[in-house]
Design a protein around this ligand. Structure first.
Ligand code: DX5
Ligand code: ZN
Length: 217
């Protein structure tokens, strides 16, 4: 069963409790929380206190996506409230140290890769990870179009994971909708993250159902 994560980047921040409830009722699997620093990506988004605040209003798992330089500086502020923490391979020289730091807080480590980053940097860490977050848009903004060559990247990554007998999961983030979701699931994506295809829609319940039905044939 493919997991679906609702990215609150496109939610109405003035109505957060209600926005969270709507996604819970639509039976998403987790919330995806995008944190940006204006350096690693050309945008600012949610602050470091958001995971803590969300934990007060939901028991659903939180997947915190750090789009920041030096993620090790910020992990201690968010990892205690998150089930999963994703940091970018491009943002630190210390992959093992950063993975261990996330585990120290009891969260599951995920490494995110920008679209043009190859999977080679994962060679020695893949087995240490709960997941790999394949960015299928350039990080920084919701509402962008899916970058098609990412289907091939997911395919290659899945084959590598399978051939090594690892249980590392593949998360896909960016431009996911009813048209792109089936393509990435066909090559082995385990989790889909969507902002505009969920929170950008009038009816969140049918948006999540449509996304789920597009991949559960
Ligand atoms: C982009 C973020 C994504 C974003 C996805 O930098 O990491 O999580 O919220 O937005 P959509 O689903 O609209 O492409
Ligand atoms: Zn994200």
């Amino acid at each position: 069963m493919v997991m679906i994560g609702a990215s609150i980047l496109s939610a109405d921040y003035g109505n957060m409790s209600e926005e969270v409830k709507k996604a819970e009722n639509a039976k998403i699997d987790f919330f995806h929380v995008d944190i940006m620093d204006g350096h690693f990506v050309p945008n600012l988004s949610l602050g470091l206190s958001v995971p803590m605040d969300l934990k007060k209003i939901t028991d659903f798992p939180l997947d915190v996506h750090l789009m920041v330089e030096n993620p090790e500086k910020f992990i201690p502020k968010v990892a205690g409230y998150a089930e999963m923490v994703a940091f970018h391979a491009e943002s630190t020289k210390y992959l093992f140290k950063t993975i261990d730091l996330i585990k120290e807080y009891g969260a599951k480590p995920i490494i995110a890769l920008n679209p043009s980053t190859t999977i080679d940097c994962l060679e020695y860490v893949l087995d240490e990870l709960y997941g790999v977050l394949v960015m299928s848009v350039e990080p920084g903004f919701s509402g962008q179009s899916f970058i098609n060559p990412m289907v091939k990247k997911i395919d290659v990554l899945k084959k590598k994971i399978t051939s090594e007998n690892y249980d590392t999961k593949i998360f896909v983030d960016g431009g996911i909708n009813v048209n792109t979701a089936p393509k990435v699931v066909a090559v082995g994506a385990d989790a889909l993250i969507a902002a505009s295809a969920i929170y950008g829609k009038e009816d969140i319940n049918s948006a999540v159902n449509e996304l789920r039905n597009s991949v559960n044939r």
